[in-house]
Design a protein around this ligand. Structure first.
Ligand SMILES: CC(C)(COP(=O)(O)OP(=O)(O)OC[C@H]1O[C@@H](n2cnc3c(N)ncnc32)[C@H](O)[C@@H]1OP(=O)(O)O)[C@@H](O)C(=O)NCCC(=O)NCCS
Length: 170
């Protein structure tokens, strides 16, 4: 299994991977695949941080980190993360997260924020964001809004996250 940067040739396959991954997901609005398409066209997109998992030439997973802000500071938002149902439970999600963190570290980002299962993301170093002064722009149990510290940072970071406009939240 290979984790690599997504290319334009992968877009259709990624669309269907995201759609199928979220079809039976606990939390889904059914539009995650369209969100990925919209994010790619926006200012928050970071090509190096849209990654695919490839197995025997087939795209089986995808992860995207986009730029968000807390006050004026840039942070990453991890969303969405998708693995084809028949490829789940094999560590592909974990590999996508870890590779994403590695690249993000090289690029100098300091924080990755995620909204998701505390059971899943805590295994990958995510901690409640409120402990780091970062608030969600919507009501959410504090354990589900999490941050991973990618690089040490000097500046204080306090405030409510502003997601890319494509998320339709702000
Ligand atoms: C979440 C997802 C990306 C995980 O991918 P994966 O490749 O199966 O994950 P991994 O193999 O790295 O890890 C599997 C572990 O995570 C756990 N896990 C998977 N999804 C979980 C969830 N929604 N809540 C809690 N734990 C979860 C599994 O039980 C398993 O735990 P174990 O190692 O103790 O057995 C995948 O299940 C998926 O695409 N789900 C649908 C879309 C979705 O919900 N995305 C996340 C939105 S934030």
């Amino acid at each position: 299994m290979l984790i690599r940067k997504e290319t334009a040739a992968d877009y259709d396959a990624v669309y269907s991977v995201v759609k199928r991954a979220f079809e039976n997901a606990e939390h889904s609005d059914g539009n995650e695949q369209d969100l990925v398409n919209a994010l790619r066209k926006g200012n928050a997109f970071i090509p190096e941080l849209s990654l695919v998992a490839e197995s025997e030439g087939k795209i089986v997973g995808h992860i995207m980190f986009t730029k968000a802000t807390v006050e004026e500071k840039i942070v990453l938002a991890l969303a969405p993360l998708s693995v084809l149902p028949e490829y789940q439970q094999k560590g592909i999600g974990k590999s996508l997260i870890q590779e994403g963190h590695k690249i993000a570290k090289k690029l100098g980002y300091t924080h990755s924020i995620v909204l998701g299962s505390e059971k899943y993301y805590s295994k990958h170093g995510y901690m409640p964001a409120e402990n780091f002064g970062i608030k969600a722009p919507f009501d959410v149990p504090s354990e589900n809004f999490m941050v991973y510290i990618i690089n040490k940072y000097d500046d204080e970071i306090h405030g409510t996250i502003r997601y890319a406009q494509e998320f339709g939240i702000n």
